[in-house]
Design a protein around this ligand. Structure first.
Ligand SMILES: Cc1cc2nc3c(=O)[nH]c(=O)nc-3n(C[C@H](O)[C@H](O)[C@H](O)COP(=O)(O)OP(=O)(O)OC[C@H]3O[C@@H](n4cnc5c(N)ncnc54)[C@H](O)[C@@H]3O)c2cc1C
Length: 457
């Protein structure tokens, strides 16, 4: 059935203010941060879970693809409507229904930004652990669909670890409520964790019950500068093996450290750095920082710590200067977010030096080392793109051979589909496809994403 039929029905049932096929508006809903672009046939902006259900019922009956969209900040093409159809934007689902300090929970609609949630719950002395850098321009629904996270995940976990339940609509228009309103619960299969990270391929999330944590009384930031990246990577494993769990444990390799040297004062012999934070009662932080210092060497060149907000910000400045500096380095950039066990970080970094040298590609590495999650940036001129793609394939093989995973937080989308078979065995992939079939029998939800093509297709 042509998309025009679906659009007419959507407009009829939901109203002209909810549905638009104006080409200029559709154009602006066709991209994400992967720089891919495909304009949808229409954009639907429901203002209630009930209208989401109606929209999906119509799309299912008319076999119209539906790509869910939060703020389009994803980096893998997952929100790009590559198979046509409609984009269903959650931008009007912005109600915070409840903040419940006694039960450490909040119930919010999917289109609320992460930043808005943080500000609202902070007034009650709480935070929601997922802290992507994109907090102010990414939605809770997008965070859930990608299992997004940030530096705090090393202590507090990812979106999946901090969500109690969901309200969602499957591809055939069934409304589900998953999970519990308690911090324990074991009745039935855990569909909450299944839907989180499913990139809009199983159901459209309309509402979430978030698990809140009390804001810490104080935070101590530490910047540990190293003579070389291997020493820094080895220190990561030692820090994670001792009892004080850092709330942040970020690494910058030599290329990353050199990039920010002109804007940040660093020791001349410093060629890598770790940014560490510990949090908790103010009276405990000196001991916690001392525990980190005890295991920080060898190779340590400088160790600065502070609980003062101004000085803490100065210690963060090297990390904050990095993303803007990276943008100026080369016209082409492939940014990956691979993960390896922390004990194998040194091997990953060594392999990356070899891969870069073999292909003449600049590689800059930094990221959430406490989780073994490294943002690997392959940089080059446009005519180097084939070499960069060869590096990428080698990187993915290396990560899997080290016992790691292709993506820690950005997800698969369109960009990593071809590599999924390296990590997930055919039998397991077959089971995943069967689960997709149960949730979305006609394959209308975000088609063409996450899974590699079937052989012969
Ligand atoms: C500058 C920058 C910094 C970033 N930093 C981080 C970071 O630190 N950590 C991190 O994890 N990510 C980061 N990201 C990636 C991105 O912001 C996150 O993946 C974010 O969670 C996406 O949210 P969104 O609302 O923009 O989702 P979109 O990009 O709109 O969508 C992403 C995926 O979620 C699906 N989706 C969206 N809403 C729903 C819904 N309600 N139900 C079902 N599926 C849905 C979409 O179909 C798509 O598959 C960053 C991106 C940028 C541009």
């Amino acid at each position: 059935m042509p998309a025009a039929t679906a659009i007419a029905q959507l407009r009829d049932r939901l109203g002209a203010d909810v549905v638009t096929d104006d080409p200029a508006e559709c154009w602006s809903y066709g991209y994400d941060n992967s720089r891919r672009h495909v304009a949808p046939a229409a954009v639907v902006r429901p203002d209630s879970p009930e209208s989401v259900k109606t929209a999906i019922e119509i799309c299912n009956q008319t076999r119209t693809p539906v790509t869910a969209r939060g703020y389009g900040s994803g980096t893998t093409g997952a929100a790009v409507p590559s198979n046509g159809g409609i984009v269903l934007s959650t931008e009007r689902l912005t109600t915070i229904h409840r903040i419940d300090p006694d039960n450490r929970a909040a119930v919010v609609q999917a289109g609320v930004t992460n930043g808005a949630v943080q500000r609202a719950v902070a007034e009650h002395g709480f935070f929601w652990a997922p802290d992507p850098t994109s907090a102010d321009y990414s939605t809770v629904g997008g965070n859930l669909a990608c299992n997004a996270a940030g530096p705090r995940a090393v202590k507090y976990g990812t979106t999946r670890d901090n969500t109690l339940g969901l309200r969602a609509v499957t591809g055939d228009g069934r409304e589900l409520r998953t999970g519990v309103y308690t911090t324990k619960g074991v009745v039935g299969y855990d569909l909450t964790r299944l839907l989180i990270g499913s990139e809009g391929t199983l159901a459209l999330i309309t509402e979430a019950t978030l698990m809140l944590r009390p804001l810490p009384e104080a935070i101590c930031t530490i910047r540990a500068v190293y003579s070389d990246v291997n020493s820094a990577a080895a220190a990561v494993a030692r820090i994670m093996a001792q009892p004080v769990i850092p709330r942040v444990l970020e690494l910058m390799d030599e290329a990353a450290t050199n990039l920010v040297r002109s804007s940040v004062t660093l020791p001349a012999d410093g060629r890598a750095l770790l940014l560490v934070e510990v949090d908790g009662p103010a009276a405990h932080l000196d001991d916690a920082a001392a525990a980190i210092h005890t295991v920080a060497g060898p190779g340590l060149v400088a160790f600065d710590q502070s609980v003062d907000d101004h000085h803490r910000e100065e210690l963060w400045s090297a990390r904050r200067a990095l993303s803007p500096a990276l943008r100026t380095l080369a016209p082409e950039k492939i940014n990956e977010d691979v993960v390896v066990p922390v004990s194998r970080l040194s091997e990953l970094i060594a392999a990356l030096v070899g891969i870069g040298n073999d292909h003449g590609v600049t590689i800059v590495n930094f990221g959430h080392a406490g989780n073994g999650n490294i943002h690997v940036n392959l940089l080059g001129q446009t005519d180097q793109l084939p070499d960069m793609r060869r590096c990428l394939a080698k990187l993915m093989q290396t990560v899997v051979s080290l016992g790691g995973t292709l993506s820690g937080e950005h997800g698969v989308g369109l960009d990593k589909r071809d590599f999924v078979g390296l990590e997930i065995e055919p039998e397991t992939l077959g089971l995943m496809r069967a689960i997709k079939q149960q949730f979305d029998p006609n394959g209308i939800l975000n088609p063409g994403k996450m899974f590699p093509d079937l052989p012969g297709l």
